[in-house]
Design a binder for this molecule. Structure first.
Ligand SMILES: Cc1cc2nc3c(=O)[nH]c(=O)nc-3n(C[C@H](O)[C@H](O)[C@H](O)COP(=O)(O)OP(=O)(O)OC[C@H]3O[C@@H](n4cnc5c(N)ncnc54)[C@H](O)[C@@H]3O)c2cc1C
Length: 484
């Protein structure tokens, strides 16, 4: 059947961090893309701050990690204070990653770096251009945009709604945003402070009036996030932050001047489906939750990492519906997990009952010293533990795979990697398999026995401890699944 001529492969709606990352990834893969943004410029607010180790690994595979690693304030400790007393401390240093720290980078800097990377690749954002409507055809989407009052029609093979919590794309798709709103109001304040607290440590301070989390942006700049009963004016004042610190914070910290502050209400919501036909949603357009734990932007960036290679294969005509559907199947459980974890953290740190607080302040110090607890805490928060077990596209645990050959921007693109020992008896058969999947399967020497099939997003599609014909046959069947 003849294909409709399209103006672009991927229309990216929204130039927040999630849309900008998708545009960068389209450019790296040589896809045709357009990225439109309703506002005239990037936001100047520092909003999301924490970039987690797994996101840094992904930025590394995408070839953009260096400026982030260079400007980040690196955090390697998480400490809990209750009523001014240190009750627990965890060394946040995942050994399995070359990025054993949380990188504190204000979101306006993240967006600026992503725009600069995009320009370096010859691309750019179309500002003051809003997505308004879309009509889906069998082989394309007819999108309507509005640029300064003028209507633009554009035909794209796929549309990705990265247009934030109030997503127009989500509304056009009629996807319910299921969840609820927290009763409490969140306050956020970026402040200049004294240097009483370590610059490599974040602090969590549970309190009966609501939790306080402190994130170090530099030696003397801190982000304070707390829940409060109600707003006090348009934005938190220096005085109100000082009062809150006296009530809930660790001893010695002094707030000196206010850089930016805001009140906001938080919902925990998600869509049941991240795809309808040729239109997808990602980032805040698909899920929002409490900022406790610093997972929001990271989860959105990882949505893109899961989606973009599938879109690339679909544009090449090498992916079936099942592979595109696997975006929802794989990301939904991860998103649910993040919402549950951040909800638990937010509630556990705000227990009003004295008895519950006493139990928490007794149990946490004991449990947090246990190595398995520390490991689980770091795995969850770092997002290194994300896996796609149960996905129809994966055989086995679907765990992360990372080695130096994947790094730097050219190590892994939209192709699967087949690791087979160089001296294996099945090397010739493996070469034939690669030839049959020309361009989407690459053979690399394995450093250990067995066969490993790694997906284009660095997750294991299949691993066998044997390098035999039967294992290679399973590799073939796993690859076939991606096309149907
Ligand atoms: C005050 C505040 C504080 C926060 N603090 C934290 C924090 O501490 N930690 C954390 O992890 N997260 C935090 N967040 C959340 C974090 O900012 C988001 O998770 C992150 O911005 C999500 O990125 P995104 O690209 O999905 O969406 P957004 O950043 O919302 O970007 C969406 C973009 O789409 C554009 N757009 C919208 N509609 C259209 C349209 N129809 N056409 C074209 N463009 C459109 C918008 O203008 C916007 O630029 C905070 C958010 C706020 C508001």
């Amino acid at each position: 059947m003849p294909q409709t001529a399209t103006d672009t492969d991927i229309l990216v709606v929204g130039a927040g961090p999630v849309g900008l990352f998708l545009a960068n990834e389209c450019a790296r893969r040589g896809l045709r893309y357009r990225i439109v943004e309703a506002h005239p410029t990037q936001s100047e607010h520092s909003k999301a701050l924490a970039i987690m180790p797994r996101t840094l690994e992904i930025f590394d595979m995408a070839g953009i990690v260096e400026p982030f690693a260079a400007c980040a304030n690196r955090v390697t400790w998480a400490t809990m204070f209750s009523h001014g007393r240190k009750i627990a401390q965890i060394h946040f240093q995942p050994e399995e990653s070359p990025y054993p720290f949380v990188a504190m980078v204000p979101q306006d800097v993240t967006e600026r770096l992503l725009v600069e990377e995009l320009r370096r690749k010859g691309g750019g954002v179309e500002y003051e251009t809003s997505f308004v409507a879309a009509e889906q055809q069998d082989d394309c989407v007819n999108a309507t945009l509005n640029r300064q009052g003028g209507r633009i029609n554009l035909t794209a093979k796929f549309v990705a709604g990265c247009d934030g919590a109030h997503s127009t794309v989500r509304h056009v798709l009629n996807l319910p945003f299921e969840g609820a709103v927290y009763n409490a109001v969140f306050m956020l304040a970026d402040m200049e402070t004294n240097d009483a607290l370590r610059a490599d440590e974040m602090q969590l301070c549970p309190h009966e009036h609501g939790p306080l989390a402190i994130f170090p942006m530099s030696a003397t700049r801190r982000r304070f996030v707390a829940t409060v009963e109600k707003e006090d004016g348009d934005a938190p004042s220096l005085e109100s932050v000082r009062q809150m610190l006296t009530e809930r914070g660790p001893a010695g910290i002094e707030a000196r001047s206010l850089v930016w502050s805001s009140y906001f209400r938080i919902h925990h919501r998600q869509v049941a489906q991240l795809r309808k036909g040729r239109i997808f949603v990602a980032g805040d357009a698909a899920h929002i939750h409490s900022p406790m734990g610093g997972q929001g932007m990271n989860t959105g960036l990882q949505d893109i990492w899961n989606l973009v290679w599938k879109l690339d294969l679909a544009v090449q005509g090498r992916a079936g519906d099942h592979l595109l559907d696997s975006y929802t199947a794989e990301r939904r459980p991860v998103i649910k997990h993040v919402i549950d974890m951040t909800d638990f953290m937010t509630r556990a740190m705000a227990m009003p009952s004295k008895l519950a607080q006493a139990a928490r302040d007794t149990v946490i110090p004991a449990v947090s010293r246990l190595a398995p607890f520390q490991h689980a805490f770091v795995e969850r928060l770092s997002e290194l533990g994300v896996a796609y077990q149960g996905s129809p596209m994966v055989e086995g645990a679907g765990k992360r795979y990372f080695d130096d050959s994947l790094r730097g921007g050219a190590g892994i693109q939209s192709r699967f990697l087949l690791f087979v020992p160089a001296e294996s008896s099945v090397v010739d058969s493996a070469k034939q398999l690669c030839a049959a999947h020309n361009g989407i399967l690459e053979l690399r020497p394995a450093q250990h026995t067995g066969i490993t099939l790694v997906r284009p997003d660095g997750y294991i599609a299949y691993a066998s401890s044997h390098d035999d014909a039967e294992s290679l046959q399973t590799v073939r069947s796993v690859l076939d699944r991606q096309r149907n």
